[in-house]
Design a protein around this ligand. Structure first.
Ligand code: K7E
Ligand code: CUA
Length: 646
C-alpha cells in the first residue's frame, strides 16, 4: 500500500500551483495563513455576546495541517466498501448512501423532494407516499436507523424535514421512502432519534420553534403564549403516539439504552424571539422525558388536545413529574448517548464545555433520591470553542466537533469524570484540525452498542480552498478520519452538496443481505396500483391493454428490453390518462424508464417493478414516449407513440 505523505501533498500542491500560473500561486500563499482565523472571527461575529474568553482563543495562531495518509484497506476498483454511510441530503430533501471508507456516493433516495430521475413526486406510487398537495422540497437533518435492543436492525431509516415539519420512513430492503407524515401542532421538526430498547418503537422528534397553539392567527404577537412540543411517533404505524408540552424550545434529542428515557437540548429557555434574547441566560437546559410516566399519564387521560388534532398532549413543563430539567451552560446543541449505555452528553455550542449526565443518576432523580437537577451531572469537560456534536468509539473515548476551532477533540469519559471529582487528570487525548467548521460527526456503528471505533466522519460546513472553485456556492466537505489507533488520522476529503448535517455509519453486515437486488412482485409499494389493474381484469405481468372509462383512459403495458408492450395508444384531448408500466425483465440492474416527450413526465421502473403516472392529455398530436435508462443496444429504439386526437 502506498503511503500518502505530507511530502506527496506538497508535491501535488506545487505542481498545481505551477500549472495555474503565478497569480493563482500568489492567492494560495496569501490566503493560507489567515484562513482559519478569518473563519473563526466570522463565526464568532454571528454569536455576538459570547464571552471574551472565546475571543482570546480565536486570536491564537493557526495550527499546522494534519497529516494525510491512505488507509491500509483503501477500496480499490471492484472492491466493496465495508460500511454503509446514510447521509442526510440537507436542503435537497433527500437521503444519500455513501460507501465507507471510499466516501463514494452510491445512490440518492428521494424523500421530500421531487426527482425526475426515478419519478419521485411524478408517479402515483410516490404521490401516495407524499400525500396530497405536498410541498416540493424539504430540509433533512437527521437520518437514523431503527434498532432492536440497542443494535441496528436494518429495517428502517427515519429522517426529519425541518422546513415542512414532517418525518419520513425509508424501507431498507428497497431503499425507498414508504411513509411521510406531517407532525401536528408544530413548526420545524429538527432533532430526531429512535428508541433503542426494546426496539424502535418510538421515533422521538424535537419541534423546534415556539408558536401559538392552535396556530390559527390568535396570539400572533404575544410570544409569552407561544410554546412547543416534544413528539413521539410509533415507528411501526407512523402514527403519533403522544406529545409533551415543554418550557423553552427544543433542538436535538437522543434516547437511552434501557427504554426508560429520552432527552432533548433547549437553546432558548428565555422564550425569546431574537438572537440576543435567546442568548441572555447563562444557562439553558436539557429536558429528560420519563417514557413510562408519560405513557401512564396518557393512559389515565391526563392530557389535552390542541385544535383539530386528536394527539394526546401531556404537560411536561417545570414542576411536572414526567420530566426533569437539567440546567446546562448556554445554548446546548447536540445530545449524544454513549454506547456503553451509561452517559448522555449535551454539547455546549456557546460554552466551551460538554455536560456529561449519568442515566443511573437520572434514575435516582426520578426515584426522589437527589436534591438538585444538576446532581445528575458527572462531568463537564472544557474542550474548546463551539462544541456541537459528540460521538464515541466504544473504547471509552468521545469525539466532539468544535465548530469555531475547526477541530475534532478526542477525550476520555472516565478521565473527564475523575477531573470533575477533583482529581488532576488530563482527559483530552488529541485535537485534530478539520477543514472547516464541523457540525455533526459520526463514528462507525457509533449510535449502537456495537460502536467499533474504526471510522469517524466530520461533516464540515465550509470547504473554502479544499476543492477546485465551482462558483460562489461551495460544496461542504465531509472528512473521513481513521480512529482505530491511538491517534486520529485524516484520510479523505469528500465534497457534498448542501448541507448534509448528519450521517449514520453501519457495517455492511447490517444491510448487505437485507437489500433486495430486484423487486418482488406483490410488493406493498405498488399494491394499490396492482389492485386497480385487477379491477380492470388486467394481469400486469403479461397484458398490454387500453381500458376506456368515460373521460378516463387506463393504459397497461409491460416493458422488456428493448420494447414497450404497446407500440402506440390513442386518446382524446383532455382525457385523464393513467399509464402503468411493469418491467418484466428479471435481470439485476436492467431498469427501464418511461418518459413522455413534452409532457414533463419521467420515471424509472426497476426489474419486476410496477409504476404508474396519471396526467391530462392536453396537447393534441403525436407524442413519443421513450425509455430513459440505457438498457440495451437498441435502447434508443425503445420508444412508442401516444396519439392524442384533437
Ligand atoms: Cu445541523 Cu443536527 Cu440540524 Cu447540529 S444540526 S450541526
Ligand atoms: Cu429500456 Cu432503455
Amino acid at each position: 500500500m502506498t503511503e500518502r505523505t505530507n511530502d506527496q501533498n506538497t508535491c501535488d500542491q506545487e505542481l498545481m500551483e505551477k500549472s495555474a500560473g503565478p497569480s493563482a500561486d500568489a492567492v494560495t500563499v496569501a490566503e493560507k495563513p489567515s484562513r482559519r482565523k478569518f473563519l473563526g472571527a466570522s463565526a464568532l461575529a454571528g454569536i455576538a455576546g459570547a464571552s471574551t474568553a472565546l475571543v482570546g482563543e480565536l486570536a491564537a495562531p493557526p495550527r499546522a495541517e494534519a497529516a494525510t495518509s491512505m488507509p491500509e484497506d483503501y477500496v480499490a476498483p471492484g472492491k466493496l466498501d465495508e460500511y454503509y454511510g446514510i447521509w442526510s441530503g440537507g436542503q435537497s430533501g433527500q437521503v444519500r448512501i455513501l460507501g465507507i471508507p471510499s466516501m463514494r456516493e452510491l445512490i440518492r433516495i428521494p424523500v421530500f423532494n421531487v426527482d425526475f430521475g426515478i419519478g419521485w413526486g411524478i408517479t402515483n406510487e410516490s404521490k401516495r407516499v407524499l400525500g396530497k398537495d405536498f410541498p416540493l422540497g424539504g430540509d433533512t437533518h437527521h437520518p437514523h436507523f431503527s434498532q432492536t435492543d440497542g443494535h441496528y436492525d436494518g429495517r428502517y431509516i427515519f429522517i426529519n424535514d425541518k422546513a415542512n415539519s414532517r418525518v419520513a420512513r425509508i424501507r431498507c430492503d428497497v431503499m425507498r421512502t414508504d411513509k411521510i407524515i406531517t407532525i401536528p401542532n408544530t413548526q420545524a421538526i429538527h432533532g430526531l432519534r429512535v428508541q433503542r430498547v426494546p426496539r424502535t418503537g418510538y421515533v422521538f422528534c424535537c419541534n423546534e420553534f415556539r408558536v401559538p397553539h392552535p396556530n390559527d392567527g390568535r396570539d400572533l404577537n404575544d410570544p409569552k403564549k407561544y410554546f412547543t412540543l416534544y413528539t413521539a411517533i410509533d415507528g411501526d404505524t407512523m402514527n403519533i403516539a403522544w406529545q409533551v408540552h415543554v418550557d423553552g424550545n427544543l433542538d436535538n434529542t437522543d434516547a437511552d439504552y434501557e427504554g426508560k428515557y429520552s432527552a432533548a437540548t433547549c437553546y432558548n429557555s428565555e422564550g425569546a424571539i431574537n438572537a440576543a434574547g435567546m442568548m441572555r441566560n447563562e444557562r439553558d437546559w436539557v429536558v429528560v422525558f420519563n417514557i413510562k410516566r408519560i405513557e401512564q399519564a396518557v393512559k389515565r387521560g391526563h392530557y389535552k388536545t390542541i385544535g383539530d388534532s386528536k394527539v394526546p398532549v401531556v404537560d411536561g413543563r417545570h414542576g411536572s413529574d414526567l420530566t426533569l430539567y437539567v440546567p446546562v451552560p448556554k445554548s446546548p446543541h447536540g445530545i449524544n448517548a454513549s454506547p456503553d449505555g451509561k452517559y448522555v452528553t449535551a454539547n455546549g455550542k456557546l460554552s466551551p464545555t460538554v455536560t456529561v449526565m449519568s442515566w443511573a443518576k437520572i434514575d435516582d432523580w426520578f426515584a426522589g433520591k437527589l436534591k438538585k437537577p444538576r446532581d445528575v451531572v458527572v462531568a463537564e469537560p472544557q474542550l474548546g470553542i463551539g462544541p456541537l456534536h459528540t460521538t464515541y468509539d466504544g473504547r471509552g473515548n468521545a469525539y466532539t466537533t468544535l465548530f469555531i476551532d475547526s477541530q475534532i477533540v478526542k477525550w476520555n469519559i472516565d478521565d473527564a469524570i475523575k477531573h470533575y471529582q477533583g482529581q488532576k487528570v488530563n482527559y483530552i487525548r488529541q485535537k485534530l484540525d478539520v477543514a472547516y467548521q464541523p457540525g455533526h460527526n459520526n463514528s462507525s456503528m457509533g449510535e449502537s452498542r456495537d460502536a467499533d471505533g474504526k471510522w469517524l466522519v466530520s461533516l464540515n460546513k465550509f470547504s473554502k480552498d479544499r476543492f477546485l472553485p465551482v462558483g460562489p456556492l461551495h460544496p461542504d466537505n465531509d472528512q473521513l478520519i481513521d480512529i482505530s489507533g491511538e491517534k486520529m488520522k485524516l484520510v479523505a476529503d469528500a465534497s457534498v452538496w448542501c448541507e448534509p448535517h448528519d450521517c449514520t455509519i453501519v457495517h455492511r453486515r447490517v444491510l448487505f443481505n437485507k437489500v433486495k437486488r430486484i423487486w418482488k412482485r406483490g410488493d406493498p409499494f405498488f399494491a394499490e396500483t396492482a389492485a386497480m389493474a385487477k379491477k380492470d381484469g388486467v394481469t400486469l405481468e403479461k397484458d398490454n391493454k387500453v381500458i376506456r372509462d368515460g373521460n378516463k383512459v387506463r393504459v397497461y403495458m409491460t416493458s422488456t428490453a428493448p420494447t414497450f408492450g404497446l407500440e402506440e395508444f390513442t386518446v382524446k384531448k383532455d382525457n385523464e390518462v393513467t399509464v402503468t408500466v411493469t418491467n418484466i425483465d428479471t435481470i439485476e440492474d436492467l431498469s427501464h424508464g418511461f418518459c413522455m416527450a413534452n409532457y414533463g413526465i419521467n420515471f424509472e421502473i426497476s426489474p419486476q417493478e410496477t409504476a404508474s403516472v396519471t396526467f391530462v392529455a392536453d396537447k393534441p398530436g403525436v407524442h413519443w414516449f421513450y425509455c430513459t435508462f440505457f438498457c440495451h443496444a437498441l435502447h434508443l429504439e425503445m420508444r412508442s407513440r401516444m396519439l392524442v386526437e384533437a
